[in-house]
Design a protein around this ligand. Structure first.
Ligand code: GDP
Ligand code: ZN
Length: 452
């Protein structure tokens, strides 16, 4: 039970494992005052850093550091919170934590501090998720978007939309209640107009949330092609540094490939079909099987060929293996040798780029293409670092509002109209966590790390 045990006191090492200048043991719950007195010998003044000696149960000095006491409700969790900042070595931290745990405190579950903050109404669910996202963000842009969500901008927009839905629903329901009498609370045309407004706001929020989800999750791109066409060179160029060792001898690439790169803030998980070009004939059964496997996990496939050679049977067979739902680009590399100029051509089948990884000519076309395939506009402002869960809820809300619009147009019963509005309202409430199941809470907070 996620709600249970709110009255007990929890503790965890809040800093990352390993050695560091400072390590923090965080404690939350009613036993904080007692813990402070036992460990530091006194209760530190609220919200002031008190330089203290930390002692264990036998009075032996563990460490010296800062004790910070935040009395309820003015703390992160809303409960009494104590932070003991000592030296960040694993031995000292473990010793300090075990002394705290001997005082009737239990070890916190992953995300339990954030969960308590949520249950004590210090933050809503979208904000709690933003904490995890901020810590995990891989780019500055992602971090900025997470911060916006954490500061409640995303929640505020959702809340505002919900308020408008509720208002409209009340009018529609009032109209139902008084339908015998001759009171018209709201004109049919006005309802249609309001519904349309709600739709467009929902669309706008969904768009910034989708861009944010891309910032968070990125796209997975698979590089494929025959030996020596320049796969590793391209990978390096995209990664911006020598991650793989490129050699002139066909099939001798030794791949030490970095998987995560970002283009204007868009994270891209690149995967080279390593092994295929090194030791295997791609037309062989095993090679093709592994390539197919790579494709099923991809969002986009970059098929690379040598512009001097053009497409051979091998490239044709790879194209034939591409799943319908995976977009792809054909890259004709080494135009510095073939003498062609950088260009983008497209027909109904595919986009073809001519470029040179070596000279960099046409690389801008490729970056543009990748962003385009991700649906990423790269503007970078106003995004919310959304999760799939949020996108899905926004979509459901949108569908319900659209259904309400249909009912209105076909002059269906007002009860059904009100019901659709209620559905939309509930979908939005799931985002901030006002309408939730405990399963959902468990799912969200268990992915947090300990001490958060
Ligand atoms: P892979 O086997 O597909 O991974 O190919 P590599 O990236 O290892 O490249 C094979 C060789 O082609 C290396 O010598 C690269 O420097 C060279 N190469 C890659 N791209 C270009 C290009 O655009 N122009 C020229 N002239 N050489 C290239
Ligand atoms: Zn290679």
């Amino acid at each position: 039970d996620r709600k249970g045990g709110l009255s007990d006191t929890i503790a965890a090492i809040a800093t990352p494992p390993g050695r560091g200048g400072i390590g923090v043991v965080r404690v939350s719950g009613p036993l904080c005052r007692q813990v402070a007195k036992h460990i530091t010998g006194r209760l530190p003044p609220p919200r002031y850093a008190a330089f203290s000696r930390f002692r264990d149960g036998e009075g032996e000095t563990i460490d010296r550091g800062l004790a910070l006491y935040f009395p309820s409700p003015h703390s992160f969790t809303g409960e009494d919170v104590l932070e003991l900042q000592g030296h960040g070595g694993p031995v000292v931290m473990d010793w300090l934590l075990s002394c705290v745990l001997q005082l009737g405190v239990r070890l916190a579950r992953p995300g339990e501090f954030s969960e308590r903050a949520f249950l004590n109404n210090k933050i809503d669910l979208a904000q709690a998720e933003a904490i995890a996202d901020l810590i995990e963000s891989a780019s500055e842009q992602a971090a900025r978007s997470a911060l916006r969500s954490l500061h409640g901008e995303f929640s505020a927009q959702i809340q505002d939309l919900r308020d408008q839905l509720i208002e409209l629903r009340c009018l529609v329901e009032a109209d139902i209640d008084f339908s015998d009498e001759d009171i018209d609370f709201i004109e049919q045309g006005a309802v249609a107009e309001r519904l349309q407004e709600l739709q467009s706001i929902l669309r706008r929020i969904h768009r910034s949330a989708r861009q944010g989800a891309l910032l968070r999750e990125g796209i997975r791109v698979v590089l494929v092609g025959r030996p020596n066409v320049g796969k590793s060179s391209l990978h390096n160029r995209l990664a911006g540094f020598e991650a793989a060792i490129v050699t002139d001898v066909p099939g001798t690439t030794r791949d030490l490939l970095r998987e995560h790169i970002t283009i204007d803030g868009l994270p891209i998980r690149l995967s080279d079909t390593a092994g295929l070009h090194d030791s295997m004939d791609i037309i062989e059964q095993e090679g093709m099987r592994r390539t197919r496997e790579e494709f099923t996990n991809a969002d986009h496939v970059l098929l690379i060929a040598d512009d001097q050679v053009g497409l051979t049977e091998l490239e044709q067979s790879i194209l034939g293996e591409l799943p319908d739902n995976v977009s792809h680009t054909l890259i004709l590399n080494k135009i510095d040798l073939s003498g062609a100029s950088a260009e983008r051509r497209e027909d109904s089948q595919r986009v073809v780029l001519r470029l040179s990884v070596l000279t960099g000519a046409g690389m801008d076309l490729l970056l543009q293409r990748l962003k385009e395939c991700a649906g990423f506009d790269g503007e970078g402002e106003g995004y919310f670092l959304a999760r799939r869960r949020h996108l899905e809820a926004l979509q459901r809300a949108g569908a319900a509002v659209a259904a309400a619009g249909e009912i209105l147009k076909e002059e269906g019963p007002e009860e059904m109209l009100a019901e659709e509005l209620r559905q939309a309202q509930n979908a939005l409430a799931e985002i901030t966590g006002e309408y939730r199941s405990d399963d959902l809470l468990g799912e969200i907070f268990s992915t947090f790390c300990i001490g958060k």
